[in-house]
Design a protein around this ligand. Structure first.
Ligand SMILES: Nc1ccn([C@@H]2O[C@H](COP(=O)(O)OP(=O)(O)O)[C@@H](O)[C@H]2O)c(=O)n1
Ligand SMILES: [Ca+2]
Length: 486
């Protein structure tokens, strides 16, 4: 190589090394430490069963929207904790299997800093109404059990219906990444076994303070309408509805409850206290008698009978849903989860118009019980027998109760999960209690990380090319100058 080229080679090499060092440093300096995850555990102690949710999020990004994800769920075997009122120790013991699983799923060095919350919903609200002492014992028992694990125990309590509704709303909007954008939010419809919640941002004024809840999240104010109807979860609603029918048939002998919400050919002996063993039906008199529950399979009669559990004749506000509860007109899109999803998904009714949904459901309800059992031999007959009632209840609640119409029926999305995380109140509850949703928007870097590295690389490359061009230009002009001199 000619000697005179040496400075150019050294010059280019130095620039190349410089660029490499610059890019490497920017990558190392700004690389998010994705391997550092934090964890949180929430137990959803529902009326029918308890589920344990494990959430995880990258440690450095905990205040960004959409970063917390569901890592694992575990369904506790057996019924909900409220079913242990006669044997409170059993409630705590029932959690052991899932909590041991949580110990396996979360890295041991994170255990002491991992918060554990238990929130009990409508089943425990009902038990507290019925027998406060027993509900305390059950909560003490689950608390004692949770404290025996190496996690950071943060409490076991009965959450209010407003919390249940509002945190369900936060969950679905956090997961859909609606909270930092100017786009609208998603209303939340949650159907449990013992209560049901409706939560959305209304267009009209909220006339009752009980139904109003305000949040400031990521710099935006949200003024939410929420209501939780105790006794209007699908299992308690079935008791309400059967109770009403029983009242009018108890005089007949032999007692036969001819029920349009059950399939033709369905015939099951039951006892009257089975239906009246809840505070939801307490005003109805209790008689220790047996009756035969007989299915008729008539959808429109079923809907008529269900309408009787909604009192729409009283309202002291400008408008009401039912039972004198204020509700502004439903507005915007809604996510309908938990039993709304389970029931409608089982019947393949999640994507039809309201009219088609009714037609299909009417055909399903009138299908003989024998045929239904034949089509689903593996499903527990208790659950299988209730789908006609449950779906008819869902339609009646949404249409007659909440006042959805055939026009805005399509705005209801029946969902189980958003991404990998279940829709439900638990995620919102944890985000709130760990202060993971800041009131003000956190400062964001100018551009996303990947964009930043790419930008740095191409900018450095551009400088290199420019320098090279400048060098070549000067070399040529020097040569021309030298020629001119010669
Ligand atoms: N795979 C599943 C799980 C639950 N479910 C029902 O979903 C409801 C869940 O209610 P829950 O136990 O959360 O009760 P609440 O305390 O929320 O009222 C119950 O009626 C269950 O029977 C279902 O239909 N299918
Ligand atoms: Ca629930």
């Amino acid at each position: 190589m000619e000697r005179r080229y040496m400075p150019v080679v050294i010059f280019l090499a130095a620039i190349t090394v410089g660029i490499i060092i610059m890019v490497v440093i920017s990558v190392v300096q700004n690389k998010p430490l994705y391997q550092k995850y934090k964890y949180g555990i929430v137990l959803d102690a529902g009326s029918s069963h308890t589920s344990v949710f494990i959430y995880e999020w990258p440690a450095e990004k905990e205040n960004n929207t959409g970063m917390v994800q569901q890592k694992h769920t575990c369904n506790v075997k057996g019924k909900g904790i409220s079913s242990y009122s006669a044997n409170p120790q059993g409630a705590g013991a029932s959690l052991q299997e899932c909590m041991n699983e949580a110990k396996q799923k979360i890295p041991a060095h994170r255990h002491p800093e991992t918060p554990v919350y238990l929130g009990a919903t409508a089943g425990m609200r009902l038990l507290r109404m019925e027998n406060e002492e027993a509900s305390k014992k059950v909560l003490d028992s689950v608390a004692l059990s949770l404290k025996s694990y190496p996690f950071s125990y943060q409490g076991a309590r009965i959450i209010s219906g407003q919390e249940e509704g509002a945190f369900g709303w936060i969950t679905v909007n956090y997961l859909s990444e609606n909270l930092r954008k100017p786009t609208g939010t998603l209303g939340a419809l949650d159907l449990g076994g013992a209560s049901t919640q409706i939560t959305f941002v209304p267009q009209q004024k909220i006339e009752s303070s009980d139904n109003s809840i305000d949040f400031r999240l990521y710099g935006n104010n949200y003024h939410l309408y929420t209501h939780s109807f105790l006794c209007y979860g699908k299992d308690q609603a079935l008791k309400l509805s059967m109770g009403k029918k029983l009242e009018s048939t108890l005089k007949t002998d032999p007692i036969e409850l001819r029920d349009p919400c059950f399939h033709p050919g369905y015939k099951v002996p039951r006892t009257v206290p089975d239906v009246f063993n809840t505070p939801c039906t307490k005003e109805l008199k209790l008689a220790n008698e047996n009756f035969l529950h007989v299915g008729l399979g008539n959808w429109s009669q079923c809907q008529q009978s269900i309408r009787k559990v909604f009192n729409t004749s009283i309202c002291s506000y400008s408008k009401c849903s039912f039972n004198g509860v204020f509700q502004p007109s439903v507005y915007g899109d809604f996510g309908a989860f938990s039993a709304f999803f389970f029931v409608m998904d089982f019947l393949n009714l999640t994507s039809d118009s309201l009219a088609t949904t009714k037609e299909k459901l009417a055909a399903y309800c009138s299908t003989p019980w024998e045929k239904i059992v034949g089509n689903h031999p593996k499903i527990d007959q208790k659950y299988l027998s209730e789908y006609c009632f449950s779906a008819t209840y869902i339609l009646t609640l949404l249409e007659d109760g909440y006042k959805f119409t055939s026009n805005n029926w399509k705005d209801i999305r029946f969902i189980k999960k958003i991404g990998d995380s279940d829709a439900g109140w638990t995620l919102g509850y944890m985000l709130n209690l760990t202060n993971m949703i800041p009131a003000e928007a956190p400062d964001m870097p100018l551009m996303p990380y990947g964009g930043y590295v790419t930008f740095m690389f191409f900018f450095a490359l551009l400088i290199l090319v420019l320098l090279l061009l400048v060098y070549l230009y000067f070399r040529r002009s020097t040569r021309t100058a030298q020629k001119d001199i010669i």
